[in-house]
Design a protein around this ligand. Structure first.
Ligand code: CMC
Length: 431
């Protein structure tokens, strides 16, 4: 085994190196704790928290692989449920496994009336990500027989329940905001087709599917399905490392995802475009102001991608396809269509501006997805729940990999303490 050597003053340490099949090898530093040292790495820029076989990113070459398969191939040839299976099991399913998986999910898609009443108790205007996290968490209370994570059968069932009901939950969040009734699933339709129907159908009218919207949303779910040890996935793993049940850990992931630096960026991008439009300011001066004030432009930059985000390329492709259709004017009012022009200008200016070029800040996946969700028919507040819907298979796969790994220990980072040293309490009247 390769060894790394570390010298700290007179102390010398030999640290084992864990070989990667692709990407950087890992220097195992855990033993340093016994010698009175910790490693300090704010934001975990160079800290791997686990070994994983699920997803590989090469951020310098725009590569994203799920279990070895490039996302471009999966977007072209696969579908979301097959990708969900792949992430969890490591191999593509046989026809029989795939059919069984789809049937298992279909039979769990409905939620009970008590659960529906629980969801209906949230204010209509509630933040959708808060409702989604609460709803996923509440599944543990509604299905207590499936929370024992030491029983693989129960863990399988919890995984199926979350995958199946998340679609119903997200569609109901959308409908409640509009004071519309929950629609029950129609298992004769595919996962994405039925999700769109549950969101947009009028209960007493037949619902006509739009093939391009179904296809585009299916691709968006695939490109969001996993992204190795990002913020929300790390949260899922850390919560799970304390043996929190799958529902609790995924609810924690939903909460982490909601932040505007992470999944919440897709909504932030659209809000940003609205601000530019309503200010009447030119896009160029908006960019200059942001640079001067040190404000982050939502939808640009990524911790790992230092060139094009391959997910952004896929999203941009489908955005262009939907925009090229003749019905855009029917789908979006003129003031919203203006946002697409502003986005094009912003992308053009930022990708040529030295500030962005020198820092390798490219448009990320969230730059395009909000516009795409919008053209499919969703309002901005729903964008991040749609990201979460896509990420659920990844969170499940990562949680289960974490649990099955004999090397997993409770996630418990250390710190370098820089506060006051020991001192004596001073009574209040003597301060
Ligand atoms: N606009 C302007 N400047 C930026 C941006 C941005 N969006 N992102 C990074 N920078 C600057 C940053 O100020 C720093 O400049 P300097 O070297 O002069 O101090 C430099 O670029 C490096 O940034 P960093 O803070 O080291 O980057 P990070 O890896 O810690 O943060 C990020 C990554 C995604 C949080 C950040 O790029 C960001 O805040 N982007 C905007 C929010 C966003 O779009 N998030 C979605 C990410 S993709 C989907 C997801 O992960 O959920």
């Amino acid at each position: 085994m390769a060894q790394a050597k570390l010298n700290v003053d007179a102390s010398k340490f030999d640290l084992p190196v864990v070989k990667a099949t692709q990407g950087p090898d890992g220097i195992m530093v855990s033993s340093l704790a016994n010698d009175g040292f910790v490693t300090l790495d704010p934001g975990f820029l160079t800290t791997a928290q686990c070994e994983s076989k699920i997803t590989f990113i090469d951020g310098k070459n725009s590569v994203l692989l799920y279990r070895g398969y490039p996302i471009e191939q999966l977007c072209e040839q696969s579908d979301f449920l097959e990708v969900a299976w792949l992430l969890r099991h490591g191999e593509l399913p046989s026809r029989a496994e795939y059919d069984r998986f789809c049937a298992d999910l279909n039979h769990r898609t409905m939620v009970g009336e008590d659960f529906r009443s629980f969801m209906a108790s949230f204010p209509r205007a509630a933040q959708p990500m808060s409702v989604l996290a609460s709803a996923i968490n509440a599944l543990a209370a509604f299905y207590p027989d499936t929370t024992d994570i030491t029983d693989p059968g129960k863990l399988d069932e919890a995984s199926r329940i979350i995958m199946a009901k998340a679609r119903t939950i997200v569609s109901y969040i959308y409908r409640r905001r509009r004071d519309e009734p929950m629609l029950y699933p129609d298992v004769a339709r595919g996962y994405v087709d039925d999700f769109l129907r549950m969101c947009f159908a009028v209960p007493y009218e037949p619902y006509e599917s739009d093939d391009l919207s179904i296809h585009a949303l299916g691709r968006l779910l695939i490109i969001h399905a996993d992204h190795e040890q990002n913020c929300s996935t790390s949260v899922v793993r850390i919560a799970g490392s304390a043996h929190a049940n799958l529902y609790s850990a995924i609810a924690a992931g939903v909460n982490a995802l909601s932040g505007p630096l992470h999944g919440g960026a897709n909504e932030a991008v659209l809000r940003q475009l609205e601000v530019i439009r309503d200010s009447g300011e030119s896009v160029a001066s908006f960019v200059e102001d942001a640079k001067r004030n040190g404000t982050r432009i939502s939808g640009f930059g990524h911790r790992v991608y230092k060139c094009h985000d391959p997910r952004a390329e896929v999203a941009k492709h489908y955005l262009q396809e939907l925009m090229a259709r003749g019905d855009v004017d029917d789908r979006l009012p003129a003031d919203e269509r203006a946002l697409f022009d502003i986005a094009t200008q912003l992308e053009d200016i930022a990708t040529h501006d030295d500030y962005f070029v020198s820092r390798h800040l490219y448009p990320n996946v969230d730059f395009y997805t909000g516009l795409l969700y919008r053209i499919i028919g969703f309002e901005p507040a729903m964008f991040t729940p749609l990201f979460a819907l896509g990420r659920i298979p990844g969170w499940i796969a990562q949680y289960r990999e974490m649990l099955a790994d004999p090397g997993t220990r409770i996630g418990r980072p250390r710190q370098v303490y820089t506060g006051r040293t020991r001192r004596d309490y001073v009574p209040m009247d003597q301060r």
